[in-house]
Ligand binder design. Sequence first.
Ligand SMILES: NC(=O)c1ccc[n+]([C@@H]2O[C@H](COP(=O)([O-])OP(=O)(O)OC[C@H]3O[C@@H](n4cnc5c(N)ncnc54)[C@H](O)[C@@H]3O)[C@@H](O)[C@H]2O)c1
Length: 362
Amino acid sequence: MSSIYYADPAEAETFAASLLVNGGGLPKDQAQLMAKCLVQADLRGVDTHGLARLQQYMARVKDGLVNATPNLKVMEKTPVAAHLDGDNGFGFIVATKAMEDAIRRAETYGIGIVTVNHSNHFGMAATYVQQALKKDMISLVFTNSAKQMPPFGGKETLLGISPFAAGAPSDSEVPFILDMAPSVVAKGKIRKAARRGESIPLGWAYDKDGKPTTDAEAALSGSMAPIGGPKGSGIAILMDIMSGVLGDAEFGGQVGDQYKEARPQNVGHSFIAIKPGVFMDAANFRKRMDTLVQRVHGVTPAEGFDRVLFPGEPEWNLEMKRRREGVPFTDAEKEMFTELSEAFGVKPLRLSTDPLSLEHQQ
Ligand SMILES: NC(=O)c1ccc[n+]([C@@H]2O[C@H](COP(=O)([O-])OP(=O)(O)OC[C@H]3O[C@@H](n4cnc5c(N)ncnc54)[C@H](O)[C@@H]3O)[C@@H](O)[C@H]2O)c1
């Protein structure tokens, strides 16, 4: 039976940052920023996009497929619009810079949009929504990604499982954070079923002939199903328009696959920040958001539900818990951390078999 090991989030950040400096050649400040983004995903329960991906990112940068020291150039188009060339840097660093620029424009003009090309996988899309929330901004985040899904009615993959994210600040209630991939489930769930020899529910994926399947292995050599048929497929196409087409990055099935291809990904993104204070007093907006949250919470739970939650609330609650107890990792991740720390001369990450008591970090 597999065990669970808990790490202090601050120590996990230091560990990841040291690896990215020693083994990846990233400048210290950029390594710290990327490490923070990864641990943030782990804290919110998006474990598929946290430290579990370190080995893959390290391999890409060591092989020269990602630029450890990108020169990030912002080109202003109008006072509210700019384009950022990511110079093949890690998506986390490129995206944070782009959202920062969109927020700065929105502070002055009420709205800011920044398109991006020559970027890479940027992890959990909510990271950049959270960045905007810290500045009291509404935000919209778009990215594209390597092909894994056919357009509705098609057999071959062409679209990415590209997450759309949006956020809005509240006052004393939870903020709105919608962060959703346009596929029915994440591919990780199918990999897990295949590993365990289990079948998957009909509707999650297609086999290589484009037929719906319950066979996890057949799904792995096939493709993912979009949510709501043409609707999820349409959202995935919108992600490609706002990222690849508008941002002058790759699109339409041409984004590099970081797991399969030894070439830069040229992922595109775009970031929109909107200042609610332009439309009404900012405090009034946040209070009105609180009312919306309370009204959603006030709906009677349907059978099988304890409570009605606001988008982003499950992850918010988990983050509170993990900030107290530490971030849980599996045996496989523990092994990977040991390998990486030995390979790059980094102090091992301290892991405890019991939950921690980190109340002071809340
Ligand atoms: N960078 C990439 O290329 C890439 C690709 C795919 C996924 N991802 C990331 O993977 C993560 C997982 O995506 P997903 O689509 O599987 O997310 P998900 O299905 O777990 O959640 C989708 C949304 O539904 C909300 N939600 C879930 N349960 C809820 C409930 N009971 N009540 C109210 N709201 C609820 C969540 O807060 C979230 O906003 C995201 O962070 C995404 O950004 C990244």
